[in-house]
Design a protein around this ligand. Sequence first.
Ligand code: HEM
Length: 537
Amino acid sequence: AESFKYQGNKGSGGELHQKASEKHPTMTTAQGCPVSDNQNSLTAAKRGPGLLEDHVLREKLFHFDHERIPERVVHARGYGAHGYFETYESLSQLTCADLFQRKGEKTPVFARFSTVAGNKGSPDLARDVRGFAVKFYTQEGNWDLVGNNIPVFFIQDAMKFPDLIHSAKAAPDRGFPQAQTAHDNFWDFISLTPESMHMVMWAMSDRAIPRSLRFMEGFGVHTFKFINAEGEENYVKFHWKPKQGMQSVVWNEALKLNGADPDYHRRDMWESIAKGDYPEWELGVQVFSQEFADQFEFDVLDATKLIPEEQVPVQIVGRMVLNRAVDNFFAETEQVAFCTQNIVPGLDFTSDPLLQGRNFSYLDTQTKRLGGPNFTHIPVNAPKCPMAHFHQDGHMAMHNPKGRINYEPNSWQEHEHNPRECPTTGYKSASEHTDGDKLRYRSETFADHYSQARQFYLSQTAIEQAHIHYALVFELSKVEHLAIRGRVVSHLLNIDTTLANEVADGLRLQTMPEPAQAAMPTRDDLPTSDALSILKN
Ligand code: HEM
């Protein structure tokens, strides 16, 4: 109570003036000029016009006017925290990644959890996929594991991502709705994109309304590669398992929470860290060889498929503890820039066509969102290991090379700043043989869109299956164009007839559609413009 006691004085006009003192340093402008009056602007007379000369007022308004930066084009709403990752046992036989070499090694991390479709001010309990992004500040650079709380994705190729997101976000004419309730554009796109069916099952399940960020799993989704010091390669999938267990709310709880406390998830994270109940996840890996990949019934490069844990068990390799809230939400949570291309020696990408596109997209969008190429200078994005390169200049350059050398090779032997490449410890990509014609391909090994959707649906308990029925009926009943509802049900028929019947009944469909053509659709299989004409307006 003492700290709230009013300590200021009254100004000549009777308004409150809180003055600098031993406890309160003198306020300055951003240029360091001490401020004498933070309440009254400079005017030509007591009741006269303001003066252009008032540098204090102009600077204050100018800075306020520029406070906003673009929100993320997806995953705009998120919440982050600091912590550490602890390696349980050395994984040196699988990877030379520095963070996995030593038992007990602790690597600092920053994690950000998010919803995908809503804007920055959207409610936490939207039915949506949750982002699960972790930046590991390793001794050999930052490794970003930019995952979701669902192990598969809606699409197989980055080419479709802008369309997927356009369809899920506000329609361009009316400016609503977002993911909170479904709408025609989203379900239209989904119904014309059979590869999305597996992810749709997860998104309609309880996984998409987690009780809090602490109670959800995380997945790297794509297949990556581990490379060890001998150059031996294995495939790897990453999993986060919450020590708190996995919990969800039910849909009517989600709706009430969204109204009563739209910040429910972030508040829960803040409070649990504040009271020392630190959220914790274990990191698991599924490691498998080329031989396994070759005999697996799906393509390991297809992000709409997972590797069942029964076939390749998840090996727990460490834990992440989040034990420190941010000092400043904007500086850290808003400015953090995760990117799938941030990788370290001992790890590599695969040719998953979704991942390949992501590797471009994050850096590209962050260059705009964070105002130029120097956002690695922002403390939350800066590596915590030594850095040495010749990047220079650009907006907000804060760490330009010291001295005369800013190129390589050069003839200067001794100099404070003169880094050179290192063939033994430097990053090396996994080897890969490729041979073929340059074309726009979709591999036939990406064709089966329903089997894993069915496996997921059948793996659910009766209550969980009922929640999927309700969710689909609720979401599709918001779709105004009946043909779209029918087209979604035609896909459900390929997943499970009970599911399709439940949803058709719930929607009061007049006629049951034919099952969608199960083979990979070609351009000719998609509804013709005649069939689509029903959707006009
Ligand atoms: C954020 C693109 C697929 C997880 C973003 C952002 C973009 C983007 C542009 C905003 C980044 C920023 O402004 O900092 C894409 C593209 C994809 C794709 C082009 C497919 C081709 C995925 C997938 C996952 C994922 C499959 C999960 C495995 C995330 C997460 C964030 C994010 C977690 C938020 C990161 C944060 O907390 O700042 N994505 N994304 N994205 N994406 Fe993706």
